[in-house]
Ligand binder design. Structure first.
Ligand code: HEM
Length: 130
């Protein structure tokens, strides 16, 4: 039988955001959603850039100049980093959906591995963009 509501409400609750520490698996999960949203927004930016570059020779010139600037390069690098993490985290999710690495310890390990792989891919993306 479940406990009375009054007794259940006695559980300690910590809502102080400055002392709450997320486990690495939670951070991996939140970042996967964030990177998915960034990837979604990026599709619009990249399709626009593609359409400008294909519109005319002048359009291609304009797109080339845009992509040559530091700020746009930085955005492109961010997009590639988010996409890298989303794919790596997505593959991790799919492997877990198959029933592997679902325990706390192994899940923590795969979260760390996916961060490490993303750092490498992000560095490679930086080399590619600059
Ligand atoms: C155009 C490319 C993509 C976009 C815009 C995109 C976007 C998203 C977004 C917004 C979510 C979050 C859904 C939620 O948490 O409610 C998501 C989840 C997911 N994505 Fe992607 N995604 C893309 C490509 C990929 C790729 C290439 C993979 C391959 C590994 C992938 C694997 C997953 C998985 C497994 C989930 C579910 C994660 C979960 O269960 O929480 N996605 N995606």
């Amino acid at each position: 039988m479940s406990k009375p509501v009054k007794e259940r409400n006695l559980r300690p609750v910590n809502l102080d955001l400055q002392t709450i520490r997320f486990p690495i698996t939670a951070i991996a999960s939140i970042l996967h959603r964030v990177s998915g949203v960034i990837t979604f927004v990026a599709i619009g930016i990249l399709l626009w850039l593609l359409s400008v570059s294909l519109s005319s020779p002048e359009g291609f010139q304009y797109a080339s100049e845009l992509v040559g600037g530091f700020f746009v390069k930085f955005i492109l690098w961010g997009i590639l980093t988010a996409l890298s993490y989303h794919i790596v985290g997505g593959v991790r999710h799919l492997i877990m959906d198959l029933g592997y690495f679902e325990e706390l310890e192994s899940g923590t390990q795969t979260a760390k591995i996916s961060f490490a792989v993303t750092v490498v891919l992000s560095l490679l993306a930086g080399v590619m963009v600059w």
